[in-house]
Design a protein. Structure first.
Length: 145
């Protein structure tokens, strides 16, 4: 009888095990949701960083394209193009040069570039002297797409 009292093992109630299992599932679910939320935030931050970098590269490529067109105008005051491509560090800019727009004696340059679905567009309006061929910049602006 003494052994019975010393080694008596009580059986846990079935309701206590169910409550523990429910608590484990609840805590596990919370941990999984927290992990998924953190993973989503990390991916979002990384993508926004790459998007910002791509937008800056597109703006630099568009600017380089407009500068190339200005250089072409300095060499030839009558230079015009319906569209040519300027490669810039893995990106490319498409440049159009229109003579006598918006008014006679002025040249409009439109340069558009895109990197990873981020597009940038620059418009430069130049004044070109018909007698001397001197090229002066009247405006330079980044356009919204």
């Amino acid at each position: 009888m003494l052994l019975h009292y010393l080694f008596h093992v009580s059986r846990p109630s079935p309701k206590g095990g169910q409550a523990t299992l429910s608590l484990v599932f609840l805590i596990g679910g919370i941990i999984i949701m927290a992990g998924l939320s953190m993973a989503f935030l990390v991916v979002t931050f990384v993508n926004s960083g790459f998007g910002f970098q791509a937008a800056n590269q597109a703006a630099a490529a568009a600017s380089a394209g407009a500068n190339d067109a200005i250089m072409q105008l300095n060499r030839n005051k009558d230079f015009a193009s319906v569209g040519y491509t300027v490669p810039v560090n893995g990106a490319s800019a498409t440049v159009t040069v229109s003579q006598n727009t918006p008014v006679a004696g002025q040249v409009t340059i439109i340069s558009e570039a895109g990197v990873s679905q981020r597009k940038r567009k620059i418009r430069a309006i130049m004044s070109v002297s018909s007698s001397t061929g001197q090229v002066d910049m009247l405006s330079w602006q980044q356009l919204t797409l």
